[in-house]
Design a protein around this ligand. Structure first.
Ligand code: PLP
Length: 218
């Protein structure tokens, strides 16, 4: 890192990379470096934004605010939409129309996003994700404790959770699907759980039963 670096772009919690939560002081230290070298700090919250982590945005866990924030996925509640926001100090860089795209500012997508965000606010989905996520994580940790030779670690925040297995675990996706559960495997050996924010504890309990059984035989 030196004065040649104009910006640092990172996910405050890595999703596809294997659900890695950084140490508590990590973002503050990156911000310190960015400030020192007059670089912009940019968070990619495409996966972690909009209540996923139990906060509206993952950066709110540490409170270390970025200069630029990128968003997509949940912002449209299923309708394709992406957006970015900049801090006030950068607001003068863009004027309306500077960043044009064919579908940019699309009215349908914006209306869907407005409805989705209004619902998240009305239903307090940040708090919901924090609560159901804590229940889910505890269940995963109990499975990890029961099978220490098969599960290396459970990590994540809110409803973005990862269970790192001790060996490649892609085959478990199919095994789980055969049992009626859709899960995902990233980085070769990390089972990643990113369910809808409205998932119930009853549904999570069903998944935990299936997981326990298939991991026992894994
Ligand atoms: C963290 C992160 N950033 C960016 C993307 C890509 O987003 P988009 O397809 O909206 O460009 C993804 C997609 O999974 C993602 O998880």
């Amino acid at each position: 890192m030196d004065d040649d670096v104009c910006g640092v772009l990172l996910e405050p919690i890595q999703g596809e990379g294997g659900v890695y939560v950084p140490p508590a002081d990590y973002l503050a230290k990156v911000k310190e470096l960015c400030t020192k070298h007059d670089s912009l700090l940019i968070y990619d919250e495409v996966q972690t934004g909009f209540c996923r982590t139990g906060k509206w945005f993952a950066w709110m866990i540490s409170g270390v605010k970025p200069d630029i924030l990128t968003m997509a996925k949940a912002i449209g509640g299923g309708v394709p939409m992406g957006a970015f926001a900049v801090d006030e100090k950068l607001a003068h860089v863009f004027a309306p129309g500077d960043h044009g795209t064919t579908f940019g500012g699309n009215c349908l997508a914006c209306a869907a996003s407005y409805a989705a965000i209004s619902t998240m606010r009305a239903e307090g989905l940040d708090k919901v994700a924090a609560k159901t996520g804590a229940y889910f994580k505890q269940g995963l940790q109990e499975i990890a404790k029961a099978f220490p030779d098969k599960v290396k670690e459970v990590r994540g925040e809110g409803l973005i959770l990862g269970m790192e297995m001790t060996k490649p675990a892609g085959s478990l996706v199919k095994t789980a699907q055969d049992r009626g559960c859709i899960i995902n495997c990233t980085a070769g050996n990390v089972l990643r759980f990113v369910p809808p924010l409205i998932i119930t504890e009853a549904d999570i309990a069903k998944l935990l039963v299936v997981l326990k059984e298939i991991i026992k035989d894994f």
